[in-house]
Unconditional design. Structure first.
Length: 277
């Protein structure tokens, strides 16, 4: 397994691979690798080509500088995990390498905006689309793998690829869930023991109401979720909504729809989504 930190070096390596008609499978990450990331790598193994994992904590998708500074950086541990899971190249550039002209972003995707996470994290998806566009331009993968946990992000990246006429095939991968039924996230490693207990209580509330939503759609159930979360000390809830998968519009049915939730356990933001059909 190779670890590459320079754009010029990765381009040279990929140029040699291209001469041999080798395809590239890209798994973009911000590090702190867990089973969710490894599931993307396992999915990539089903495709022909060289598996490249990018590890880059992207500063432009953080609204709060403290959030960026506190984001888990576990590069040595990540290398060990990736080396055991058929990753052939780790692309791990620094900030100056990716943003030589400063931390500039561009708003290139206007669909699926001003709702869900975008309503609460202004500028976040501009940072996401900027770095994804850079990675796709540098690495020129045949396939790029994203999980469904960040479903709004998935839709925005899909739109980015289509409107920019990029050649990468977007492979959508199901979320990997923990024992409590919630999607895995790097942020959850920051939860204290007490916060993990509260998080598990939140998961039980969502799971119970999720079954009700699947069996009989009723917006009152969404209010129940919020009230029950508040009853166990969750004071900040960004959203609890049912939206259509195709266009992220508010849905009045559970057909082809998902439950989207975002709330805080103390200072840790929890986001997830659940299929309702």
């Amino acid at each position: 397994m190779q670890i590459v930190k320079k754009i010029s070096e990765i381009k040279e390596i990929l140029s040699d691979l291209e001469k041999n008609n080798s395809k590239i499978n890209l798994i973009p990450t911000m590090g702190n690798i867990h089973e969710g990331h490894l599931s993307l790598l396992k999915e990539a193994n089903k495709f022909e080509g060289i598996n490249v994992v990018s590890v880059f904590i992207n500063p432009t998708q953080f609204n709060d500088i403290k959030d960026f500074e506190n984001y888990p950086n576990t590069f040595d541990q990540d290398v060990k995990l990736l080396s055991k899971n058929n990753c052939e190249i780790i692309f791990a550039p620094n900030i100056n390498e990716m943003y030589p002209n400063g931390l500039e972003t561009n708003k290139t995707v206007f669909e699926y905006r001003d709702i869900l996470c975008d309503a609460f994290r202004p500028g976040h998806f501009d940072g996401v689309t900027t770095i994804v566009n850079l990675l796709l331009d540098i690495l020129k993968p045949s396939n790029v793998f994203f999980g469904e946990k960040d479903f709004q992000q998935l839709k925005i990246v899909e739109k980015l690829i289509i409107q920019n006429k990029l050649k990468a095939n977007l492979v959508k991968c199901s979320s990997i869930r923990g024992l409590n039924g919630m999607s895995l996230s790097s942020r959850y490693t920051k939860l204290s023991s007490k916060e993990k207990t509260q998080f598990d209580e939140c998961a039980k509330i969502i799971d119970k109401n999720l079954l009700d939503l699947i069996n009989s759609f009723d917006t009152k159930i969404l209010e129940n979720i919020k009230k029950e979360l508040q009853s166990i000390g969750i004071s900040k809830i960004d959203y609890c909504e049912v939206r259509e998968e195709s266009n992220l519009e508010i849905s009045k049915t559970n057909l082809q729809s998902r439950l989207f939730v975002a709330f805080y356990v103390n200072k840790i933001r929890i986001i997830d989504n659940f299929v309702l059909y």
